[in-house]
Design a protein around this ligand. Structure first.
Ligand code: ADP
Ligand code: ASP
Ligand code: MG
Length: 444
């Protein structure tokens, strides 16, 4: 079994959907995981936002605009009028779900139902096209039957494995399954999702559950680049990354992958290939247990962090202080991303500031507390084993004109993290590109 995930741009128009069949051919069975068509989830987020703000007329209007867009795509893709008409009946029932939710004040669970429609629509259209227009065999598997969160809102691997197997069982010998990325049910059985960009995570979870031999993430770029191509010019794709390196880059901002998406594949040792639907012949990036031996391979940056410094003379020569600090974050279920300590102070960063006020209140009982918002972690990933000396020098030399708030080195053999103010991000990424990767960028 192989799992192939296609992102928003890869299914973003009738033309893009027509290009998929050529990419999903193969002798072994496949599960194709689709995102919503590009722009759809943003439009649904906006509709929900308007409803939360009480802007019902605007929300209804935006829903109708989206519906008209889908009617056009359906007619363009499904050129047999009878096939189009059938699909439009299904499209209309998805839109009716949204229109019905505009009639009453929107709840959080209503919002999640709205957000789920994008993947339901894209898979419906592609499945109809593949089976009815091309006459090929494929089974549409409803992700809501097997993708599940546990009571901690984490994917429930055992449930997913068992229920995916049950969903596949009646279709022995089927060459192709099509399912939705991103959407799932939560522990209460209500419709939920894996957060923005979550279709990558779906693909990895499905790959792990199906014991797939490979997971392919098809997107609009030729693999994971050495730096953020949205911010820096002259980036290039990295051919090979280890699971750990890719997981760090995904977690620390490489948008090509959902932050958690490498973990299920890594746990089961399933290689992940990042490929470009616009350039299918390009080798892309292979993520596996193997890696190249460059000291620094790539840089990613994650915005929206808050740095907190707790200064206390109680820390001096004391034990148990850090534990008390960490317990505060644990109580509020707030992960810490980066940490540095001195004998009298500890600085750490969080990216979830939901409980910031309560956390600060508790931390003040330990000593003085300083908070810096709008921070960005710049994460450098590679083979940073001690023997590869000189890498840190290259990094700090490149960043000599940038004020650095925190530095973390040695936490793992493949990461150096640096905290800067977000306003310096572009300059920092550009400087790192020039200082670390320029020769490679010229001659990859
Ligand atoms: P999809 O809709 O297929 O999931 P995404 O937009 O989520 O695609 O991810 C692909 C985009 O990620 C690229 O177009 C690129 O702009 C962005 N990106 C950010 N950092 C990186 C990186 N290090 N390597 C490759 N792409 C990156
Ligand atoms: N459609 C969802 C989003 O836009 C999930 C995904 O595309 O990965 O976030
Ligand atoms: Mg994505």
């Amino acid at each position: 079994m192989k799992v192939l995930k296609f992102g928003g741009t890869s299914v973003g128009s009738a033309e893009r959907m027509r290009a998929l069949p050529a990419l999903i051919q193969g002798s072994e069975p496949r599960i194709v995981v689709l995102s919503a068509m590009s722009g759809t989830t943003n439009a649904l987020v906006n509709i929900a936002k308007l409803l939360f703000e009480g802007e019902t007329t605007a929300a209804t209007y935006q829903t109708e605009i989206l519906r008209q867009h889908y009617l056009i795509v359906a007619r363009e893709l499904l050129t047999e009028p009878e096939v189009a008409a059938e699909a439009i009946t299904h499209l209309d029932s998805a839109f009716k779900t949204i229109f019905n939710l505009t009639r009453h004040p929107l709840s959080a669970s209503g919002e999640r139902v709205i957000l789920a429609q994008g993947e339901l629509l894209s898979t419906l259209l592609f499945h109809r096209y593949y089976t009815r227009m091309l006459g090929q065999e494929a089974v549409l598997l409803p992700a809501l039957d097997f993708m599940r969160l546990d009571k901690n809102d984490e994917p429930d691997g055992d449930y997913i494995e068992k229920h995916l197997a049950q969903a596949l069982a009646p279709h022995a010998g089927q060459p192709l399954f099509i399912t939705q990325g991103y959407i799932c049910r939560n522990a209460n059985g209500d419709i939920d999702n894996l957060k923005r960009g979550g279709s990558d995570y779906s693909a990895s979870l499905i790959g792990a559950a199906a014991h797939a031999e490979e997971i392919q993430i098809w997107t609009d770029i030729d693999g994971l680049h050495n730096n953020d191509p949205r911010v820096v010019e002259g980036t290039y794709p990295i051919r090979e990354l280890s699971f750990d390196e890719a997981a760090e880059l995904a977690y620390f901002g490489a948008k090509i992958l959902h932050p958690s998406s490498i973990l299920p594949a890594a746990k089961h040792g399933i290689p992940v290939r990042l490929l470009n639907t616009m350039q299918p012949e390009a080798p892309g990036t292979l993520i596996s247990t193997q890696t190249g031996d460059e000291a620094i391979k790539a840089v990613a940056a994650k915005d929206g962090l808050v740095a907190i410094k707790i200064k206390s003379s109680r820390m001096l020569l004391a034990h148990g202080f850090l534990r008390s600090v960490f317990e505060v974050f644990e109580r509020y279920r707030t992960p810490i991303d980066m940490i540095t300590t001195s004998e009298v102070a500890v600085s750490l960063t969080i990216d979830d500031s939901t409980h910031l006020a309560e956390i600060l209140e508790e931390l003040r009982s330990f000593g003085s507390v300083e908070v810096d918002e709008q921070q960005t972690i710049v994460c450098l990933v590679g083979n940073l084993i001690q023997e590869n000396n000189g890498s840190a020098w290259l990094v700090f030399n490149a960043l000599k004109d940038i004020p650095l708030r925190m530095i973390s080195y040695g936490g793992s053999p493949n990461n150096i993290s640096i905290l800067i103010h977000t306003s310096h991000k572009q300059r920092a990424l550009q400087a790192l590109n020039e200082g670390l990767f320029q020769q490679r960028a010229v001659a990859p």
